[in-house]
Ligand binder design. Sequence first.
Ligand code: GAL
Length: 337
Amino acid sequence: MKKIQICMLIAIIVASVWVYVSREEEPPKSIQVGVSLYMENDTFLEGIVEAMEAEALLYEETTGISVDLNVSVANGSQREQNEQVKRYINLGYDAICVNLVDRTSAATIVDMAEVGERQIPVVFFNREPVEEDILRRENVYYVGSEAKESAIFQGNSVVDAYAKYGDIMDKNGDGILQYVMLEGELGHQDAIIRSDYSVQTIEDMGVTLKKLETGTADWNRQNAYAMMGKWLDIHGDAIELVLCNNDDMALGALDVLTEREMTAAVFGIDATDAGLEALDAGLLWATVDCNAEDQGCAIIQVLTSSILEGTAATTVSYLDGRYVRSEIFELKSEFWQ
Ligand code: GAL
């Protein structure tokens, strides 16, 4: 009996040493992450990806675990995005981050990332799926900012500017701000909500607006340049206020205004680097910092803790355990702060 006990003890010690030694010899772990973006050349998304890369490096420095990001772009095609996700899953990736082409396609991706017993974590970002799809199973998250909040900030900035510089903004002095609205992509939650609440905030605070034009420029500087050019051909100097769903479109409007040596008060959202430059130069009146940096960090924190601990990170603030909403800020040009 004693012999058996001694043998068992030796076996346990040998096993423990073996586990310890083999753990010590384990090569540094790495996490493979597949990222799919709806489109290339989107300035705000580039900011989020840069922040993800920086946070991944920091994670590797502090834990020794490398986070390898493989980024692909879906060129506006949901079919292409599904193929990209399928490829990541077939390659055995540990997590998938998706900036959806079509916000209604989230369920397909969530289901694709469930392989037998394996529930691969999926982090959607920037384009928000319906809650039902996020709650479809465990390990599905959304990182983004609150569209309504950014619109209210934009509206407040216009009202503040009007209180201070009403005489400059209201070029024809009729007590009404004639405005045009450059909108992001059709169906995008940020475009719909920002357009509605920006105008509503301004009107609710007692500033009278008159809509001259509104149009979709797909978040894009060149499209906005072309659209604003047409509107200036039609309305000329009657355009007093340019409300833009993002900075890139605000910059497109400013490009054409500058080219034609015309003025109008232009307001953006995002706080991209180029947007901030225009703000510093006093061209853009105000923007809203949607905190691309914080969003990128949150995505990495959510997925690493989801993979390694099987649970959501505690370092980022959660709403319902599945949503991260980045804090955002109003930024005004220095000339009228
Ligand atoms: C918005 C952002 C836009 C564009 C869009 C893409 O949140 O303000 O600039 O990046 O997302 O989905």
